[in-house]
Write a protein that binds this ligand. Sequence first.
Ligand SMILES: [Zn+2]
Length: 309
Amino acid sequence: MATSERYPIGTPGQPWGEAEVAEWRSRQQRKRSYREDVLERVEDLRERFDVEQYGQLDYGPDTYPLFVLKGRGWNEELPCVLVTGGVHGYETSGVHGTLLFAERHAADYVGKVNVMIVPCVSPWGYERIHRWNPLALDPNRSFRADSPAPESAALMGLVEPLRDRFAVHIDLHETTDTDESEFRPALAARDGVEFVPGEIPDGFYVVGDTADPQPEFQQAIIRAVSKVTHIAPADEKGEIIGSPMVAPGVINYALRELGLCAGITGARYRSTTEVYPDSPRATPEQCNEAQVVAARAAIDYALRYQAGT
Ligand SMILES: [Zn+2]
C-alpha cells in the first residue's frame, strides 16, 4: 500500500497505537524557541495590553505557559474580537502575524471593540515546526467538548464565558508544501488509511463556515489581502484543496463539525486565513503582512456593518 512506501512509522492499514505515537514523537526535535520568539514579544506588549495566562501545557520536561493579550479599555458594553495564531504551530506567519497585529494595531480598536489576541495556541508544535501536539493529535480537529488536545481545551476554556459576545473571530493559518510531503502522509499512516495525493494551492485563500458562509465578509478579506500577496486560483476542478471555490480565494468548511478553531465562538463573522509561504512569489514578510491585513479587514468589516445598522 502507498502508506508503507510513503511514511516510515506503523503498519499499513492499521491505525497507530501508543508505540507508534511514541516512535513518531521521538523523531520530533526542537528547532526554535517559543520563549525567545513569542514570550519575549508578549512581555514587551504588557505596556499596551492586559496579558493573562489562560493555561499551561505540561509536556515533560517542557512546559508552555499560554497567554492571551486583551486590549486596553475593555468595556462590557462592546462586542469582542478574537484573533488566534499558531493553532498549527508550524504555520509561522500565523504566530508572527498575530504578534505584529498586536504590536502595530493595539490602539486602533480601543473604545470600538474588545480585542483578544492569542498568538500561539500550540507552542510545542511551534518549536518542532509540526502540525500536531505531542500526542499526535491535530489541535485544529480537536475543538470539541472534552477535547483530548490540551491546546484546544485551554482555548475553549478561555473563550467559553464570552462565547456569545464575539462579533469576529479570525484564525490565522498557512497551507504549506510540507502538508503534502509530510503531514498528510503522516495523518494517513496514523489513521491506517491510504494516502491520496492532493495539490497545494499557490496563494492566499480563506475558509468560511458552511453553516453561515458570510460571503461578503470573506471577500472583503480577500480584497484587502490581494493588495499584499496573490490569491490562490481554483484548480481545474474549480476547487481549492478539494473544496469548491465559491468566490475568488474563498472555500467553506463545516467548522464546528470538523472541530476547527474558527468555530469556537458564536461570532457572526468567522474566517480561517491560509497563507502560502512556499510560493516563489511570497516572502516571509509578505506572509506576515497578509495575516495582519486579513485580521484588520475582518474587524473593519464588522465595525462597518455595525455602524450601518
Ligand atoms: Zn493550519
